[in-house]
Structures are given as structure tokens and as C-alpha cells.
Design a protein around this ligand. Sequence first.
Ligand SMILES: Cc1cc2nc3c(=O)[nH]c(=O)nc-3n(C[C@H](O)[C@H](O)[C@H](O)COP(=O)(O)OP(=O)(O)OC[C@H]3O[C@@H](n4cnc5c(N)ncnc54)[C@H](O)[C@@H]3O)c2cc1C
Length: 419
Amino acid sequence: MTRHGDVHQVEQAGSLTSDVVIAGGGPAGLAAALSFAREGWRVSVVEKAPPGVLESPSFDGREIALTHHTVHWLKQHGVWDHIPAEAVCPLEVARVESGRLGGQPLIFHAPGIVPGSAADDEVPDGEPLGFLVANHLIRRALHQAVRRTEGITLLCQTGVTGFQAGREMVQVSLSDGRAMQARLLVGADGRFSRIREMAGIGAIVHDFSMSILVCRMRHLTPHDNTALQWFDERQTIALLPVAPDGGMGDISSLVLTLPPDDIARLRVAAPDDFNAEITRRTDERLGLLRVMSDRITYPLKAVYAHRFHAPRVALIGDAAVGMHPITAHGFNFGIRGQETLVQELSAGPGDPGDAASLQRFERRHRKATFPLFAATNAIAVAYTRDDGPFPLARRAGLMLANRLAPFKKAVTRMLMDPV
Ligand SMILES: Cc1cc2nc3c(=O)[nH]c(=O)nc-3n(C[C@H](O)[C@H](O)[C@H](O)COP(=O)(O)OP(=O)(O)OC[C@H]3O[C@@H](n4cnc5c(N)ncnc54)[C@H](O)[C@@H]3O)c2cc1C
């Protein structure tokens, strides 16, 4: 039985009907499927990639910094148990630096790690700032939870190619020629979303004209569970702690932002040359770095949809808010967004495409995401300009921020997003 008894998921004569169709089986789409199913709605997830890609996704270089709220959600929805405990790396310290000419780094400690550090009634002492987990392990765990949940149908190797929204239903066309009917179509098809485009929803697209290279690197100097974000002259580097694998030394994830030509060169450089260049670029902070994974590159573009809904359509995940990775909030916002969407629809009159509920979802999710989206883009621009007064101004900014206890508390709370 479905939540409201009137819409059943049946496959007949090549047509499929369910309460909700989700376009995209990425992290946001699979999480939304779990939330809708928990509320008793029948869900179909349509994903372009073949089933093997969802069952055992390959390493994609992303190490996701999970907030406490996200971990709580993953636990509640039976996802966390599918992530191997030894693959989770607690994040104790976040360190932000600017340039090579000294200047105070801005340091965020997990509360209680350093006496008096950002003490905050809302943030429990003794907890890490967050948890780093490889993206492919999160995606695999979400898929395992989806497979065990009743009420979810997964259609792989099939794309959503079009839709038509009516008063009561939305008709969805699939790349295999079939049609689907639902009360709501959810666009979870990533930051270059076709659903967003087909719904006539524009987006702020911030092209930083930079590329990112990500990979895992082994080193003998311990990382001490510290994430470093370093806005250096002509390069931005993040080194994120990764859980040990039993091999020699520690492992960090390198996130290097450079102009596209430099990134293209480094992606194919011989391993010894690559190691030497990255060791030099990181000022030997972690000693000699040795690459131990594929090197994966991404274009650096941030996206924010003008609206998160249209008649019988909702946008979630990167299709709604595609963050710049420096704040490590894209996936966390994806979890928040689908949670808010399902909460608002569940509190509505029982129609998963109810327009007033979709409006409430949009208001709440915009309020939760826009300030950080705008601030991140401003910081990313200010911290990557090396001309005029920018280098001096950002060092002064870090020094000032370091002395402002309320600012540090607010950022610590944002990083942790306590339950
Ligand atoms: C280097 C890097 C580091 C990051 N680090 C962090 C971090 O520390 N913390 C954090 O919270 N976030 C982080 N993020 C962001 C996070 O990875 C993304 O926000 C998240 O993966 C987005 O998930 P999604 O499901 O919205 O989109 P996607 O992962 O893009 O999934 C979209 C899915 O839709 C499918 N699809 C597309 N079109 C169609 C169609 N027409 N029909 C059917 N299926 C379709 C695609 O095949 C894909 O599977 C990082 C991102 C990068 C690049």
C-alpha cells in the first residue's frame, strides 16, 4: 500500500506509476528515496549509469567532510552501518592559512580539544569537528540501504529525457522509450541539471576558471587529524586527513586548485615528477608526499538555482545548490535539502506535489544555504586574487578573525552542524 492508497507502483504496458520519481541516483537522489520511502511514499529512482556503478562505485577522489547532523541522518536511515568504521577519519582541527610570508593561521579546534577553544553550549565537548569518509563508500552505503528498503524501485541505465507537468500528475519520459507517471518529479541530477533546465529554472553559475585535482597521498609526517586549507599565492591547496589503511605512514587527500592547463599537466605527470612537485608546492609540511591513487580532476563551478521548485517538480542536491568545495558542504546541504523537502511534504495535505509545501521547502532551504553559498564564493575570489592589496588584506583578515571568539564559535558550529 502507498501512503495515500491512491497511487500504486505498477509496471504495465511499458508505463510505470509511483508517488515520486527521482531523476538521478547520486548521493542526494538515493538519500531522498530513503526519506520518501520512510514516509510511506512509493519512489522510483531513474539513474543514467549502469547498476554496477551504483553497487560498487569506484574511487572518485572526493573525501567528504560529514557534519554531525549528516552522520545522525545516515545513522537514522540505516546507511552508516554500511560504511566500514575503519574508513572513517575524525577531523579534530581545521587550519586556514594564507600565503608564504607567515601571518597567523586561523585555527578551529573541536570543542574541548584545547581548553577554552570555542566553548559553546550548543556544541558538545569531546566530539570531533566532523568525519571524513570517501565519497564512493558513502554512495555504496546509500545504495545498500536503498536495496534493503521497501517501496523503492531503482531503474538504472535509463535517463529522464523530458517531462510534462499537469494539475494532478507529472508525465516523465525515459531514454528507453517508456513513460512514467508520478505526483512529483525530483531533480537530483547534479549541478548541470537537465531537469532544472527543462523546468525553465535559471541558475547563478559562478565559473572560477580553475580546475581541481584530487588524489590520495602517503607521507611519514603524521597529519594529526588536521585539515589544512591553504590559500597560497597562485595556488589553493587543501590537505585532508584520511583514515589509515595499515600501510606505512599516514594518508592525506590532496585537493589542488590551479588553472586548467596546470591541472591537465599534473594529472598525467610521471608519479616521481608529480610527487616532487606536490612536495614542493606543500612546502614539505607533511614531508615527502607519494601519490597512491588515481588523480581525478573536476572543473570549479558553483551553481545556485533561482528557484528550487516548479509545478510538480522539486530540485535537490547539486541541482539546487552546487557549492564550491572549500566549505565542504555540498553533500551536507544535499542531505539537509531532501530532509527539508520530505518534512514539508509530509506535513502537507498528503499530495507529494503540493505547491504550498514546495514553497515552504524552498524558503527553508534557501535560508539554510544561501548565506554560506554567497560567503564562500566571495572568500574564494578574495583568496585567489594575488594582485593589489589582496594578499596583505587576507593575512590581516585571518589575524583579526583569529582574535574574534564569536566568529570562531560561529564557524565551528557551522562546520560541525550539531544535531
Ligand atoms: C573535490 C570535491 C570535494 C568535495 N568535498 C565535499 C565535502 O567535503 N563535503 C560535502 O558535503 N560535499 C563535498 N563535495 C560535494 C559533493 O560531492 C556533492 O555535493 C554531491 O556529490 C552531490 O550529489 P548529487 O546527488 O546532488 O549530484 P551527483 O553526485 O552529481 O549525482 C547526480 C546523478 O544524476 C545522474 N543523472 C544526471 N542526469 C540524469 C538524467 N537526465 N536522468 C537520470 N539520471 C541522471 C548522474 O548519472 C548522477 O549519478 C565535494 C565535491 C568535490 C568535486
